[in-house]
Design a binder for this molecule. Sequence first.
Ligand SMILES: [Zn+2]
Length: 309
Amino acid sequence: MTGAGQNPNRTSSCPICGAGMDVRQREWLFYCRGCDLWTSSLDTDSERTDLVYTHDEQAFQQLRTNHSAVIFEALAASGALEGLTMLDVGSSYGWFMEAARERGILPCGLEPQEEKAQRAIEKGLAIQLGYFPDDLDYSGRYDIIAFNDVLEHFRDADAAVRAARDILRPGGRLIVCCPDSHGLYYRLSLLLSRAGWKNPLDRLWQKGYPSPHLYYFSSASLEKLVARHGFGLVEDRELEASTIKGLWQRIHVDREKPSVFSVFLYVAALITHLVLQKLFKSDARLQIYRKLPEGRQAGSPLRESGASS
Ligand SMILES: [Zn+2]
């Protein structure tokens, strides 16, 4: 039931530089040293239907709401948001679109999971069911495109970024939020995995889930992937990786009833949240890019100005 298959189409050459990747810790896990990029050959487990959507919603609403506030504050710092058009790729329950709407932005969303899309539609949001970019019916171009915790799920993240560029207006902005492979939880999971406890690392990759992670970026590898499509990095910062509200549901998002093990994990996650997380890098990263004019060499206005967080 929980065993995700291997995708035979996935090779172990780096999707950014094309070099061969090292197999690390699992037969489905690859690492490019040159790019600092992790990828997996995990396949979707469409058989799995035991995810508890009420837990999923409670687990992430507070966290995503906090992230939205940070993202829109960063966007607003470089100009008014009112009247801008936005496409939210993988719009989930519509929380990010609601936050956009509150700020006068005109959002539309694309979401492949019917349960989530339906919840967003009930809030009066313009949602289309399907995958990016193939199922996108909306015509026109956008001022903002958001990949909030979705880029790592794409079979071909490179093609997704390229497609986003094609439908962004000149000077438009691309928002990317991703798990960070330099984050505390990921580092800890690698250590535990090396010591023989595989569960935390498998869980971070969402092995056996309907849509597992196929990439784990660092700040550098994410920029390397995105910038070469004519984007300039204008914001690069950590986001909080967890909130106390929702943490309990997040621990057992895949089961109706918690187990003794859930309680153990919850205590460990709570300690990590309250103590360790403040001392180490966060597992969530935000990058915002601006679409550069055609023909301009990909570069990083952020790095050039030396302002990085
Ligand atoms: Zn590489």
